[in-house]
Design a protein around this ligand. Sequence first.
Ligand code: G
Ligand code: MN
Length: 262
Amino acid sequence: MSFIIEKLKLFKRNRMMCEIKMNEVRQIIELTQLEVYSQPIVQLDQQQTGFAFEYLNRPREGSGFDHPGEFYAFAANHGTIAEVDVCAIENILAHLPERVQETIFVNIHLSTLFSDRWVELLEHLNISYSDVIPQIVLEISEREGLDKYTTSEVGEKIWDLRALGFQFAIDDVGIGYSGLTSLTMVKPDYVKIDRLLVSYIDTDPYRQHLLKALVEYWINVNVSVIAEGIERKEEMDFFAKLGVTFGQGYFFQKPVKLSTDL
Ligand code: G
Ligand code: MN
């Protein structure tokens, strides 16, 4: 009996914690308590920056979430990820200079592209940012199971958005649940190799063989490759030698917070 009471107590406590966090997510969205960071994407052969940045949104410090990943995972598990994604993109757009020169990489969950919130955002983009759309690369993470949708549903969605000018990247390639199917579904312009595959690559011949084969494949199908999470020169050298065009990571620059005063 006491076991059941304990379980009920735990259940109630978990539900209460969940409601508190849910209110926190709502507040973060409603008050736009998200801070925008940017991190350069670098051309490996010349170590040149300035032409492309990934823009990231993180909840302000003291938000009740220990790290941004926890915030996004919670929103994804509680049905508010479309609101969060759209709010984050609106926030990025609000921080861009009047004349945008660079390519803008933003993170988005595939499910957001199927939501009403996305339709609203598209209307806003078409009215106020139509000339910026061709500079936007939508990064779809492999972390989210892409198997919720059929290949033709995804294909049609991507086709429509490409017609408007958007480009696509598959993010976190290598750790995803859906593996190589996401590549064939989205046919991206860019792939971003996850840092788990990048870290200490120079010391791991097994991974080196895998990446050699993958990079060769991506070059053959005209996909631009970005190695993420480069922290050491040896990692940069390995990917540059393989013919990978772009890199991103602390070795070049950590994400930098943009001014929040609008
Ligand atoms: O999932 P995605 O690749 O969009 O994640 C971006 C996150 O990776 C950001 O939170 C950013 O701070 C982090 N990041 C960027 N470069 C590096 C790096 O070189 N090392 C590590 N550990 N994290 C990085
Ligand atoms: Mn990303």
